[in-house]
Structure formats: C-alpha cells, structure tokens
Design a binder for this molecule. Structure first.
Ligand code: TYM
Length: 350
C-alpha cells in the first residue's frame, strides 16, 4: 500500500521550552510545512505521566499548553494550512494506545532508556503512564498513519518502538486487514524519524556532556524560548568553555563537548554546517565567538519570544486554534479508528 506522506510530531507542555526543543524539533517542523501535510500536537496526555509538580497541575497545564501552541505559531507554523491541536481533545490517541498496549511486548518497554532516566531510582513509584508513554507516542503517530516524524535524537528509540508496533500489528492482523479490504496487509506505515541538522542533541550550557533539558535545576543550563536579550547574553557569556582557542576543523571538536555544542548551536541558527562556522571562527578566542553567538541568538530568538508573549496574552485566540485543529485532526483519526476497530473485530455502529 502506498501511504500518503504525512508529518506528525509532538511537544510536551511541561514548561521551559528551550533552545534544544527549538533547534532539535521545531525548526524542522517549520521546514517540513513546505513539502508535507503536517500535524503538530501539544501532547498534554504525555505531560501528566510525571508527578503534578512537574507539569503544574490543573492550573498550570492550560498555561503550558497555550505556551507551546504560541511557540509553534511564533516559530512560523501556519495553523491554517497545517494542523495544530492538543492531544486530549482527540480521543483516538487513548483508544489506539489501548489496542497498541495489547500489541507491544513488556520486554520492548523494558528496554526504553528514557523511562529509566525519568523514573530514576524510585522506579516502583513511577506512574504506569510513564512506563507506557512510548506506546501512547506510537498511537499519536499512527492514528494519522504519519510517515515522517521530526524529532531530536533523544526520541530515536521511541520511534523504533513505534515502527515495531506498526509491524507487529500488520503481522498479527494481516489476514483481517486483507479480508476487510484495507490493503495488502500493510495497514500502518513504518514511520521514519527525521533527525537532522547540526543540533539534533543540544547540550547543557553548564556541562557539555548532559542534554539541555527542561528539568535541569539550573536555569543557566538552557536558553528558554521566553528569555529576553539580556538573559540570553548572560547565559551565553557564562556558558562553560575550555581554555583552548576554537579548532579550525570539525575533528578538533571531538574531545571538546562544550565547544562542539556552542559551534553546533551557531551552525543551526545560521543555517550553516559546523565546518563552515569553524572556517570563520577557528583559531580565534571563545570570547569573540561568544559575542557573535549572543548576537545571532538574540536576532533569531527575541522575535519569537516577543510573539509568544503577544499570543499568550490572547488565550481566546490560542484556544480557537487548538479547537479548530482538533476538529480537523478528529476527522482523520476517526477514519483510522473505524478501520482499526474492524481489523481487530470490535462490533461498531455503521
Ligand atoms: P519533548 O517535549 O521532551 O521534546 C520536544 C522535542 O524537542 C526535542 N528535544 C531536543 N532536541 C535537541 N536537543 C535537546 N536537548 C532536546 N530536548 C528535547 C525532542 O527530541 C522532541 O522532538 N516524547 C516526545 C513528545 C511526543 C512525540 C509524539 C514526538 C509525544 N508523542 C509523537 C513525536 C511524535 C517528547 O517528550 O518530547
């Protein structure tokens, strides 16, 4: 079966959207609008897998959901041409996740490294939702039978799981897929991760061996999308570096994680390769490179922060975008769910 090319991706509304989210994912969301039909989702059902203080509870969640939506629009996503919505408005995500729970194997989930990181030492006390998170993520993508998924590198393993679930569903229900006339046994596509660019894994500004993350206790470890020009400048000036001048070639970055990270950020923001950036700055001191990086970051991010501020001041507009997007997403999701029910053998009203 030939699948229509469709993009799906999601971002959690857990506060502190940062440069890693922007360069690793959102920049590619914006680019893919030119070539694909895109669905971008604020995954509020994923957010609640963590303890309430992480996602802000029932009063913090709507604010965080609107903030991610505002970031999408401020970064250049067009919610009229494409679909922007919050996950909980489309019930198919939870329904398909249940069916996939019965397809995925416990052994597959036991291998997920992000669960181990997020659950920490107190694994017995983690929510069942956190453990099951990658199955819901597979349902998000496959509910729209999406073929391409732009994400940062940390989501690669989850994408592999989604591919395994799609394949096992197609195998387990192959006869039913054919007898229902839904194709030659390939009902769900194998979604392709789209992990590309010089900043697929942006690292902490305080420690080049740790990922830039929303949950890092130090705000100086990340540049938030809501930071103003002064804050961006302070954070970059304080960013950890080493005493050597910048190398002239990319291989000189291999053992220098902080330098590698800052050069990667510069490259991604200026749409150049790391090699090109080093051709300009290689051999020079960090201080002058940092000045150029501050200028570039402020030029690229300050307009986004200003637009986010404007949009979040108008929650009525943001909510109307999410409601309109959810209606259009539901139309696609309902089709997949009706066919999936037939394939599994659930009786339904016709
Ligand atoms: P989330 O909300 O943690 O992150 C959103 C996106 O940002 C990327 N990202 C990074 N990229 C580069 N460097 C970093 N330091 C960095 N930190 C985060 C993430 O890879 C992600 O692309 N499970 C997903 C949300 C999700 C989803 C989906 C994604 C739910 N369902 C379906 C794709 C398809 C997550 O927690 O992303």
């Amino acid at each position: 079966m030939a699948f229509v090319e469709r993009v799906f991706s999601g971002v959690q509304p857990t506060g502190n959207l940062h440069l890693g989210n922007y360069l690793g994912a959102i920049v590619n969301f914006v680019k893919m609008q030119e070539t694909h039909n895109c669905i971008y989702c604020v995954v509020d059902m994923h957010a609640i897998t963590m303890p309430t203080d992480v996602w802000g509870g029932p009063t913090g969640l709507p604010r965080a959901t609107r903030e991610v939506t505002a970031a999408f629009i401020a970064a250049g996503i067009d919610p009229k041409k494409h679909i922007v919505f919050n996950q909980s408005q489309v019930s198919g995500h939870a329904e398909l996740a249940w069916i996939f729970n019965c397809v995925a194997r416990i052994g597959w989930l036991n291998r997920m490294t992000q669960f181990k990181e997020k659950a920490g030492k107190d694994r017995e006390n983690a929510s069942v939702g956190l453990y099951d998170y990658p199955v819901l993520m597979a349902a998000d993508i496959l509910l729209y039978r999406a073929t391409h998924v732009p994400v940062g590198e940390d989501q690669k393993q989850h994408l592999e799981l989604a591919r395994d679930i799609a394949q096992k569903f197609n195998n387990d229900f192959g006869d039913s897929i054919r007898s229902n006339g839904f194709g030659d046994g390939l009902f769900f596509p194998q979604p392709e991760p789209f992990i590309t660019g010089p900043a697929t894994r942006v690292m902490s500004l305080r420690d080049g061996t740790k990922k830039m993350s929303k949950s890092d206790a130090s705000d100086y470890s990340r540049i938030n999308l809501t930071d103003d020009a002064d804050m961006i400048a302070q954070k970059i000036r304080k960013a950890k570096t080493d005493p050597e001048p910048l190398p002239t070639e990319e291989k000189g970055l291999e053992t220098r994680p902080e330098a590698d990270n800052l050069v990667g950020i510069y490259a991604a923001l200026s749409n150049r390769s790391k090699a090109e950036v080093l051709r300009e700055f290689g051999g020079g001191q960090f201080s002058s490179f940092k000045n150029a990086l501050v200028e570039l970051c402020v030029a690229k991010l300050a307009p986004i922060a200003a637009d986010m501020k404007r949009l979040t001041a108008d929650p009525g507009y943001v909510d109307s975008v999410l409601i309109d997007g959810a209606e259009r997403a539901t139309a696609i999701a309902a089709e997949t769910m009706a066919m999936t029910r037939d394939i599994v053998g659930f009786i339904r009203k016709r």
